[in-house]
Design a protein around this ligand. Structure first.
Ligand SMILES: Cc1ncc(COP(=O)(O)O)c(C=O)c1O
Length: 394
């Protein structure tokens, strides 16, 4: 009798068809621009099946890409997966694949900053209007929907301030109005959250983060359901989106250890988050698994776990204190990406320019990515950094 594989078995086994691996464990790295055909009949066959994992032309992918696409499609419970040279490319190309001049879209206020910039510059130039909405808007989203609203974009938890959204509710309302629903699932990474199971049409990830997992490849993925896959695939292809076979290989290698890496990130991050929660300088911690994170109830309901990324809000602060904290740390390096094995930190005095539908009525917000270093070293690092922070407060 066939039983459904458990998640950890799935990420080890998926995408390992014999035609991709030729009998070894990992897929062969098949680099190609030109595919050569020996007969007209063979070439015609390739043209006919070019969208269906048949070697046709490099931009449509080789068996290395097909292996990764199979794996991510399975991870996200979708019908197909498009690959892009970065997470930002995945977001912009997925959106452009479904809008035209005169359309209106609803974008979550907590979107990753370059997603907002893309709307402000590129969509605006195309004649597509964007309205930002509060990530916790719930039923209120109905009031923002216009006859020409074509697309609802979510990011959950949101960038920096980490609000978790009610994905099934928002998806259901959007579908009542024939909108396409997309979600930036970089945090949920397909292992801890599967947006298509909650009503989303297209789940997008910066695979750069947890899937690659080693801070050495830029890549984006977008997984669509049956209904939206042909349009996403063909429009992304028309826009020339593709990745190198070497990068596809590295992403697939990263995926194999996703579960064990996440377990360690989660364990250390929770220990640090709980410690920060009781620190006298800190107002509250925005870790989705803690009650102090807005939308925590949706996280508890929809996600199967957390990871190394979270934020905390200071009671008071100034730029000099923030600089002293950032400069004073040894293990937490300053950096914008996350999801690798290393610990990282960024800080904002407020969220000026990053929010328009909501404000920021709190103190400075600090985001950390807890890496795979020993947690005690990380705690000691933060403790001495916060002492330096305190020295700059009146
Ligand atoms: C939530 C989120 N989405 C998308 C991206 C963009 O990914 P990339 O850097 O691969 O373009 C990032 C990068 O930091 C991110 O944090």
């Amino acid at each position: 009798m066939e039983t459904k594989m458990k998640k950890d078995t799935q990420i080890v086994s998926t995408g390992r068809k014999k035609e991709y691996t030729h009998g070894v464990v990992n897929p062969v790295v098949q680099r190609a621009s030109t595919i050569v055909f020996d007969s007209v009949a063979q070439m015609k066959e390739a043209v006919k099946n070019r969208a269906n994992k048949t070697l046709f032309y490099g931009r449509r992918g080789t068996t290395t890409h097909f292996a990764l696409q199979d794996a991510i499609t399975e991870l996200e419970n979708g019908a197909g997966c498009a690959l892009y040279p970065s997470g930002a490319a995945a977001i912009s190309n997925a959106i452009i694949s479904f809008v035209k001049s005169g359309d209106h879209i609803l974008m979550v206020d907590t979107a990753y900053e370059p997603t907002r910039d893309f709307c402000r510059v590129i969509l605006n130039n195309m004649g597509v209007e964007t309205t930002y909405y509060d990530p916790l808007i719930g039923e209120g989203i109905r009031d923002l929907i216009r006859p020409n609203t074509r697309l609802l974009f979510l990011e959950s938890p949101g960038s920096i301030s980490m609000e978790v959204q009610d994905v099934p509710l928002l998806s259901r309302i959007a579908h009542e109005h024939n909108m396409v629903v997309m979600l930036d699932n970089t945090y949920g990474n397909g292992y801890h959250f599967k947006p298509l199971d909650f009503g989303v049409d297209i789940s997008i990830q910066a695979a750069t983060k947890y899937i690659v997992g080693h801070s050495d490849v830029m890549m984006g993925v977008a997984v669509a359901n049956e209904e939206h896959w042909p349009q996403l695939r063909e429009n992304s292809y028309l826009m020339g989106q593709c990745t190198s076979a070497d990068d596809a290989y590295l992403a697939l290698r990263g995926l194999r250890t996703l579960s064990v890496r996440l377990q360690q990130h989660e364990k250390s991050a929770l220990k640090i988050a709980n410690w920060l929660s009781t620190h006298p300088l800190i107002d509250h911690v925005r870790h989705p698994a803690l009650e102090t994170c807005p939308g925590h109830e949706y996280f508890k309901r929809d996600f199967s776990g957390s990871n190394g990324l979270f934020s905390f809000v200071m009671k008071a602060g100034n730029q000099a204190a923030i600089n002293a904290l950032l400069d004073g740390l040894d293990h937490f390096k300053m950096g914008y990406s996350w999801g690798g094995f290393e610990s990282l930190i960024t800080a904002n005095m407020g969220l000026q320019g990053l929010r328009s539908a909501t404000g920021w009525q709190h103190g400075p917000i600090i985001r950390i990515h807890v890496g795979l270093e020993d947690c005690d070293d990380l705690l000691a690092d933060l403790e001495q950094g916060l002492q330096q922070y305190q020295a700059y407060l009146e």
